[in-house]
Design a protein around this ligand. Structure first.
Ligand code: LLP
Length: 415
């Protein structure tokens, strides 16, 4: 049986202290890890002109946005809510790319009023943009027909996806753009999330670069996000040497050969924040049934849906019984669905009722995808600052507060 391991830089004592002080369930983030990831990426992108954006859908807490902004990143926003928050945190319009997916005209007008560049992946949206903003600038999301990702739900290029305009339809893009004198200043791809193979990513980038010359006003090529992180102890982190040979060199050579000065944009989400976060939960019920031991916790799929939705692996560590020998558990939540499982047949240090478990690598698509299903409020959130001071960045809401916020208009009307 594999012994559980304590991931990243988290200290058992700190996690216990946080659980005791703020209660559970609580998301904890470590600022140092976020900065470390930002710097790791920047370090491996030297030698080419780049612009780095953060795909804020991975985790949009303003405290996290501020950290990433101070590392020099801009924002990839995808909704009016994200745009509003990015601006509120201080990102200027030039630092924001708005990647549209089946947006309304109102949303399109909102982006233009805000002065941000719109990234469109549908011909009909390009047409509507041209009609409303002739002579305007735009970015086009292309589908290079090569996709990749950790699960079929998150592969966003290839023959079956809704995203992007297939590369063989570029002539239609150019026709529309010419008709309205729209300047295509950027082309974009995002082929999927949780990409481990730099070779596949390199192939997709190759397709995009091959078409760069089709766009006379082109200033940048946006490669998208998607870099994976090692969730499982057997997973290997991104091989940055390979990244350099497969991707950075390719980008460099393309510019040199064509004597052009294209800027290359990247927009990772997961890579910057996943490893910085852990979800602290309390085991409150131990139950033996049908030869299995269930460790029931005070959180669930409503607060971290990745295991239920993608069968994603997250390392789990018993921080309040760290030295105990491991045994096998079904680690489950408190939600009324049988899919409400954090881990199946998982080896964790002996779990007792009352123990605190840390579910690691939960900084990306954790709280961001959380819901209040079963009317359980969101967990608290805590940030460990670079100087190791601990700040609560989201206080726990009571069920009463949640209900009053949700149904305020109804109750107000009724009273
Ligand atoms: N750019 C665009 C246009 C995207 O749609 C995404 C993610 C990213 C960048 C950032 O991708 P990343 O670097 O984080 O892989 N909920 C899933 C992931 C969905 C990703 C959606 N788009 C998960 O938990 O694995």
């Amino acid at each position: 049986m594999r012994p559980p391991s304590l991931k990243s830089s988290f200290q058992v004592n700190t996690l216990l202290e946080i659980a005791n002080q703020f209660g559970t369930p609580t998301y904890v983030y470590d600022e140092r890890i976020i900065r470390q990831q930002c710097q790791l990426l920047k370090k491996h992108l030297t030698g080419i002109h780049t612009r780095l954006l953060y795909a804020m859908k991975a985790n949009s807490h303003p405290a996290i946005l501020e950290i990433i902004r101070s590392e020099g990143f801009g924002i990839d926003a995808v909704s009016p809510g994200e745009l509003y928050l990015a601006q509120k945190v201080g990102f200027s319009p030039e630092e924001i790319l708005y990647t549209a997916n089946n947006i309304t005209d109102e949303e399109m007008h909102l982006t233009q009023k805000a002065g941000v560049l719109l990234n469109v992946g549908e011909l009909s949206r390009l047409e509507r943009f041209g009609q409303s903003y002739p002579g305007g600038d735009i970015c086009i999301r292309l589908n290079p027909q090569i996709g990749s990702g950790h699960h079929e739900h998150v592969i966003t290029a290839g023959k079956t996806t809704k995203f992007g305009i297939p590369v063989h339809e570029i002539s239609k893009v150019l026709d529309i753009a010419n008709r309205y004198h729209v300047r295509i200043t950027g082309i974009h791809q995002h082929i999927g999330s949780g990409i481990s193979s730099m070779k596949v990513l390199g192939e997709a980038i190759g397709v995009l670069l091959k078409h760069a010359a089709d766009f006379p006003d082109l200033q940048f090529v946006n490669i998208g996000g998607g870099f994976n992180i090692p969730y499982h102890p057997d997973d290997t982190p991104i091989d940055f040497e390979n990244f350099h040979t497969s991707i950075v060199s390719l980008l460099k050579d393309t510019n040199e050969k064509a004597n052009q000065k294209l800027e290359y944009w990247f927009e990772p989400g997961r890579f910057l924040v996943a490893e910085s976060g852990a979800l602290l939960v309390r085991s409150n019920t131990i139950k033996e049934a049908n030869g299995r031991t269930f460790a029931g916790t005070d959180s669930g799929m409503n607060q971290l849906i990745r295991p239920a939705l993608y069968q994603a692996y997250h390392e789990i560590f018993n921080v309040s019984n760290a030295q105990a020998s491991p045994s096998s558990y079904e680690i489950v939540g408190n939600i009324c669905e049988s899919g409400d499982i954090f881990a199946k047949n998982r080896s964790v240090q002996q779990i007792r009722e009352g123990d605190i478990l840390a579910i690691f690598d939960a900084g990306a698509y954790g709280i961001a995808m959380a819901s209040i299903y079963n009317l359980r409020p969101f967990p608290a959130e805590v940030l460990i600052r670079e100087d190791r001071s601990i700040t609560c960045i989201r206080t726990r809401q009571s069920p009463e507060d949640l209900i009053h916020t949700m149904f305020a208009s109804y109750f107000d009307d009724a009273s």
